[in-house]
Design a protein around this ligand. Sequence first.
Ligand code: ZN
Length: 289
Amino acid sequence: MDSTNRYTRLKSLSDFGYDINWEKLSEKKVLIIGVGGVGSIVAEMLARCGIGELNIIDLDIVEEVNLNRLFYLKEQIGEPKVEVVKKILSTVNPGVNINSFMTDVCSNEFEGKLDELIKQCNLTFSCLDNLPARLYINQKCVALDKAYVDTGATRSGLGGYIHLVLPRKNACYSCTGSLDLGSKEKGESCTASLPSTIAIIASIATEISLKHLLEFGKIPDYIGFNALDDVYIHQKTPRDPNCYVCGDKRYSKTEKESSLKQIQSITEGKSVDELIEELGEEKRRIEDE
Ligand SMILES: [Zn+2]
């Protein structure tokens, strides 16, 4: 199939009055950190849309427990996730340049390469399942002044969020997303996951990235959703000028630790699940009035 046919249906969006230059996508490079439930689907959708370069990082191998979600197959159990994604997506779209890195993204040895990748890519995706790595990627992208999409699912598997972070323009993860502190402080990974929730998060994250990369449509700062009550919230996330990552002040290590504790006390140690469930209750309360 030639490239005209492959992308015909994407280009047809212009027939409906949307001025989107799909050719430009082949010039774009993205970095996807974590190719689990969310990251693998984001990678597949961007490959199918004709992204120029995919850089993928993950340390994990495919396990049977991953098979309730999309993408991975039973015969791939035991294989490195990054290698499976690279192999499959090279077949899906040979026009995409795919680089894979099977490594711990937070390791000292990889730090130089990570900086290089974030700098050379047009957009980074944080599709991680633990707080320390999220905080690390947030600090890196803010320090390097590079946009990134942060994604997360709640531990119940019934909610999640998508947040496009534009350093020093809107809130970074530490301004808002530290709401996770209560439940993921020790780097625990998720305990429940629904393929539908994961696919919703991946789809919204991909759509936001296409709008950002090709400059069309409107992008909300933050989308949170609670699948149980079917509540979707769009939230403006103004930057916290006192944020220890993106704020104007320079903080010492001790001050940063105390700032983290402060955020925890503001959110009363509540997890994202609890906060999103509260939003659902609030919506029902308003409807009942
Ligand atoms: Zn911040």
